[in-house]
Write a new protein. Structure first.
Lengths: 445, 299
């Protein structure tokens, strides 16, 4: 487990609190009157707020680099790690107070930078330095918010298809490649008690997989201009018809209530035949030494990862685009930039990717060829998935509106309403169009 | 004359007595314990489920075929071990304790000082003040945390336990005041008036007469305040960032939910340990708590 890093021992800080409490003797009034922190709030330090990585070693390596940079530059550093679900609240509070950490993780979409555009430092100089040293950015145009580098794209967990090879063998099949193929094999797997699993409720995974299907069938919800809502199209209808068949013929209704952890559990419990997910399920199966039910065989040994499926119009995927930014109310902008420059040095990036077992793939060309992706056959397709991974707003630019479409789970709701029969195809699409249009007409930019 | 009718009457009477005795034994079972049983089971189920889950192995937790309500593959303390060894759990626990106790003391003291005049003294607007205090309690923290962030920052208290000690009373003081107002009104005015005739001033009559008579109300307010502080999540998340200063509610959530992996066993172990202080407090003070609540309710 990872804890916050701080050069002050935790017990000492608590003792300081207790001493302050005793010494103040009703010191609350004193504190209020003096408007001064009893502890070390006045000491200058560089602070970084980030989210807990699924692979704890990633956080340890980041902490190591942060401390090393701090030592080199004689700056006190503090890395605070919170669950990703807590990040929105924390950011909102820091922006409201115009105070808090210097560096902050942004995500899980690029849209965070659009929402907080007015509070983020322009990082064009940094992006210009970092890109060339690492073989260039994967899709640099995708990362610009209103034409500016208000963030540095940091890492993504690519979404391959995790599949049970023993079940595939039992079905006498080879790994499917197209969405239609997945449906065909999924039907057979469900018939023997191993349904296909992808979330269709309010979760990040539901957005990811359903957008991947929508694009693979040629659909999208916004045009390249970032204004025209394009959800009402024959391609969307085709994608929705496919998902209805996938839901009714190859999946269990429980997927409607799934959160981001549910598909991992379904695969590792030995129930699901395949899930559309990063390598986290496999890694946790290895760590927890989970076995195939009724046997002593580790389930990790019969999990494989294959490329994200292709549809009639191509192969597309998206994922959580985790980024890093610097608040413009930070008093340490230059130091923060300097640390990012240090962290994005090729060797530091390489060590950090290694620590994360490749789960945290940077948006930098050279890092997609990191040796870790060849160290385990499980990871062989991850770089290919990264190459077809686009932001959730694709083909439109990332805007506050596109972020809101994801945050409100309009796409999963639209698909689920038709798949479950609550609405007809026309009604579901009309509902989705109305919701998305309302968001885009309210938010400009 | 034969003794037969008498004997049979005695036998009949004995049978009736036995039946009545049996009924007296059984009646509470049927009329009290049995009807209450579903409610007790309902109330205790989350605790039971937490405990059972915290003692299961990961393999059993993953198994969708296993019955979730009991342990079928042997108990393990590994989740408690992970919590203790791999996270600063006991620091979070201590932080929660320090913050909750400090906030409770402050809130009950302020609550007493606010409730006394509102319950005892007649002055223009006293009723409106009482209602205003209650309405303040109803404002949800989700609305308050953004402006409060600015206040905490302005005071220079961010990222310290002081931030919580100062902000928790914002929702605890209105509650304590409201509860104590109700309780103080149940204590007859006359005994205070007697004390004043004997030479006590307002403060003396409050401290020497009213407060000793209002101990159940004070304990009830303190218990409620402690429970609310102990369980608080949002302010603890927003105002304190360093891991070593987090409270238990936030720390457990931050460290044991990593992306799409939930450490269910350790999460439940944290919840079980976190419940213990509350359970102990309520076990010791339950009578005061009930009395404090009900006395205030009827006036």
């Amino acid at each position: 487990m990872v804890t916050s890093t701080n050069s002050h021992p935790r017990r000492q800080r608590r003792r300081q609190f207790l001493q302050s409490a005793a010494g103040a003797a009703g010191g609350l009034g004193t504190v209020l009157a003096l408007r001064q922190a009893p502890a070390l709030a006045q000491t200058r330090e560089l602070t970084f707020l980030t989210v807990a990585s699924f692979v704890p070693d990633t956080d340890k390596e980041l902490k190591r680099q942060f401390e090393e940079w701090g030592k080199q530059n004689k700056v006190k550093v503090r890395l605070d790690i919170i669950a990703h679900l807590q990040l929105q609240t924390k950011k909102a509070a820091e922006v409201q107070a115009k105070s808090g950490h210097d560096l902050t993780a942004l995500g899980p979409g690029l849209g965070d930078a659009a929402l907080y555009y007015d509070y983020l430092v322009d990082l064009a100089d940094l992006a210009g330095d970092v890109g060339p040293k690492n073989g260039g950015w994967l899709r640099p145009d995708d990362y610009l918010i209103r034409g500016k580098w208000t963030l540095l794209p940091w890492w993504q967990p690519p979404f391959p298809m995790a599949i049970r090879t023993d079940i595939l063998k039992k079905l006498d099949e080879t790994p499917p490649d197209t969405w239609e193929d997945w449906l065909r094999v999924g039907k057979k797997a469900k018939a023997i008690g191993h349904p296909f699993g992808t979330a269709m409720g309010h979760s990040g995974d539901a957005n990811t997989t359903l957008l991947s299907i929508l694009w693979s069938y040629g659909g999208s919800y916004v045009a390249k201009d970032g204004q025209t809502v394009t959800i009402n199209s024959p391609e969307t209808r085709e994608a929705m018809e496919f998902v209805k068949r996938l839901y009714t013929e190859a999946m269990d209704p429980e997927v409607l209530a799934w959160d981001d952890a549910s598909n991992n559990r379904c695969l590792n419990a030995g129930k699901c035949f395949a899930i559309h997910n990063p390598i986290s399920a496999y890694e946790s199966a290895k760590k927890d030494q989970v076995v195939v039910p009724g046997t002593k065989q580790p389930i990790a040994e019969v999990i494989d990862h294959v490329n994200t499926p292709r549809g009639p119009k191509g192969r597309y995927a998206t994922t959580g685009f985790w980024c890093v930014g610097i608040w413009n109310f930070s008093k340490n902008v230059d130091a923060a930039k300097d640390f990012l420059r240090f962290h994005f040095q090729p060797d530091n990036q390489a060590r950090w990717v290694e620590a994360g077992h490749g789960f945290n793939m940077p948006f930098l060309n050279n890092l997609t060829n990191h040796p870790v992706y060849k160290s385990d056959p499980q990871y062989r397709n991850i770089p290919d998935v990264a190459k077809v991974t686009v932001p959730p707003s694709w083909p439109g630019p990332t805007t506050a509106a596109s972020q809101q479409v994801c945050d409100l789970y309009i796409i999963p709701d639209m698909f689920a309403q038709y798949a479950t029969g609550r609405m007809t195809l026309d009604q579901a699409i009309a509902w989705g169009e109305k919701e998305i249009s309302a968001i885009y007409s309210k938010r400009r930019g | 004359m034969s003794d037969a009718p008498l004997n049979s009457a005695i036998a009949l009477s004995r049978t009736r007595t036995d039946r009545a005795r049996r009924w007296r034994t059984i009646r509470p079972l049927l009329t009290v314990y049995l009807p209450v049983l579903p409610f007790v089971a309902f109330a205790l189920f989350p605790l039971y489920f937490m405990l059972v889950t915290s003692l299961k192995s990961n393999a059993e937790l993953y198994d969708v075929g296993s019955v979730p309500f009991w342990i079928s593959r042997g108990m393990t303390l590994s989740h408690y071990g992970l919590l203790s060894a791999d996270t600063p759990f006991w620091d979070w626990f201590a932080n929660s304790l320090i913050v909750s106790l400090s906030a409770t003391v402050i809130s009950v003291v302020l609550g007493v000082l606010a409730a006394y005049p509102l319950a005892r003294m007649r002055f223009p607007g006293s009723d409106s003040f009482g209602v205003a205090v209650f309405i303040t309690y109803l404002v949800p923290p989700t609305l308050l945390f953004l402006p409060l962030t600015s206040v905490v920052n302005w005071l220079g208290l961010s990222d310290s336990l002081w931030a919580l000690v100062v902000t928790y009373p914002t929702f605890l003081v209105p509650f304590c005041t409201w509860l104590l107002m109700g309780y103080f009104r149940t204590v007859p005015k006359e005994i205070e008036e007697c004390a004043m005739l004997d030479g006590c001033n307002r403060f003396q009559s409050m401290f020497r007469i009213l407060l000793p008579a209002a101990v159940p109300g004070l304990i009830c307010a303190a218990l409620f305040a402690f429970t609310l502080s102990w369980n608080e999540f949002l302010y603890a998340l927003v105002f304190v960032s360093p891991a070593e200063l987090k409270t238990m509610t936030v720390g457990v959530f931050s460290e044991l939910i990593r992306g799409d992996i939930y450490y269910w066993g350790a999460l439940m172990a944290g919840a079980v340990i976190g419940s213990i202080p509350i359970v102990i407090a309520y076990v010791f003070f339950l009578d005061y708590y009930v009395s404090g609540l009900t006395s205030g309710a009827i006036k």
